[in-house]
Design a protein around this ligand. Structure first.
Ligand SMILES: Nc1ncnc2c1ncn2[C@@H]1O[C@H](COP(=O)(O)OP(=O)(O)OP(=O)(O)O)[C@@H](O)[C@H]1O
Length: 349
């Protein structure tokens, strides 16, 4: 079943020109000169129920605007958006029952009240039956380990504690889709890990569809097998994280541990990354060398004790993509490549 359908979606904002100085402020009010900015430009995608999708793009690409249209906060300029058969901005109450929303930079909790009071209010507003509320609360309290501070006022919580509580609250009414805008922003490594693990469990066990925006690519790698990438409002990639890695991440690294230090080695088709005597690392291009040939060459001449292979990491791949997107000469080419992959993905679905 399809959870989210977005078709030819457009959101335009009017940006008013502001003149400086006192007379300038008056002129700004009177003339109302404006330009129109397309924050979301003809975007289409579908997300199936139970999927976990990362929505990615450089600053100002239109990610938050998309999430706001999906959650019914903003009305699209044109195009279609449907969430489990409702139109978010037209049926806001019905839509609210189906979705949970977490904004990393904004709290939905009552600042001066104990956390539990915010949860009780949520129960009242969403008319959550007692037994369902209890089950969901117990699940979140156990999995997110929030028991120790559930009776503290929100303002006394650390950022990591608050985020765990925000996520718990978003799930109390059993939403079918969970939207998260930068859920791990500003958190330490341990807090990020526990939130990622929890989201994976919610997606796997409760089959909650997840769509998240993030600048932390580890969030994507650990939670979302699929990513949608936007740039300047346009969709530039929709597909598996692994596909993008194999399209753009051509560089691989091979680390070899020899029985004894073989000295300097000339391995055709590779570059030496580091040389620690017995342990050396080489990088090579998928297209110019094969792992088997490299290993055969090495083991013919030396005694190899251990070998490990690394693909390009996701940070590197996204950096490459963003650089290509910034380059006007490259953009047309790149868009063709990535949208070709998009068409393949759509054809598969
Ligand atoms: N209410 C608004 N009025 C006018 N312009 C807006 C409004 N909201 C967003 N924009 C503009 O729309 C574009 C997309 O903004 P959006 O917040 O969706 O980007 P984003 O991808 O979420 O960025 P970031 O990663 O920096 O959070 C930006 O150029 C922004 O200035």
């Amino acid at each position: 079943m399809t959870a989210i359908v977005v078709k030819d979606l457009v959101k335009e904002f009017r940006q008013y020109r502001r003149f400086s100085g006192f007379f300038g402020s008056i002129k700004s009010l009177v003339t109302r000169e404006h330009t129109v900015l397309r924050a979301v430009d003809n975007v289409s995608f579908k997300i199936e129920k139970g999927e976990a999708v990362g929505y990615l793009g450089p600053n100002g690409a239109g990610k938050s605007t998309m999430i706001k249209m999906l959650t019914g906060i903003l009305v699209p300029t044109s195009g279609h958006v449907r969430l489990m058969n409702t139109i978010p901005h037209k049926s806001r109450r019905e839509n609210a029952n189906k979705i949970g929303v977490v904004f990393g930079q904004r709290s939905q909790l009552w600042w001066d009240l104990p956390v539990m009071d915010s949860f009780e209010l949520h129960k009242y507003v969403y008319k959550i039956p007692g037994s369902k509320f209890k089950d969901n609360l117990n699940f979140c309290v156990d999995m997110l380990r929030i028991a120790d501070f559930i009776n503290k006022p929100v303002r006394q919580l650390s950022l990591g504690q608050r985020m765990r509580v925000e996520i718990a609250m978003a799930l109390l009414h059993d939403p079918e889709i969970l939207f998260l805008d930068e859920p791990t922003i500003g958190l330490d490594v341990m807090a990020k890990d526990s939130i990622r693990e929890f989201l994976r469990t919610v997606n796997r066990e409760k089959k909650v569809t997840i769509m998240l925006t993030t600048h932390d690519l580890k969030d994507i790698e650990e939670i979302c097998p699929r990513m949608v990438i936007v740039n300047n409002g346009h969709l530039v990639y929709d597909g598996a994280v692994t596909n993008l890695k194999s399209q753009l991440g051509n560089q691989r690294k091979i680390t070899v541990e020899f029985k004894s230090n073989p000295g300097q080695i000339n391995l055709p088709g590779t570059h030496l990354v580091f040389d620690e005597g017995r342990r050396k690392q080489f990088s090579f291009d998928r297209g110019t060398a094969s792992v088997f040939d490299l290993l055969a060459t090495l083991s013919n001449q030396y005694t190899v004790e251990d070998v490990s292979l690394e693909d390009a990491d996701i940070e590197e791949v996204i950096r490459t993509l963003y650089k290509q997107l910034e380059d006007p000469l490259n953009t047309a080419n790149n868009l063709q490549n990535v949208t070709k992959s998009l068409s393949e993905q759509v054809a598969v679905r």
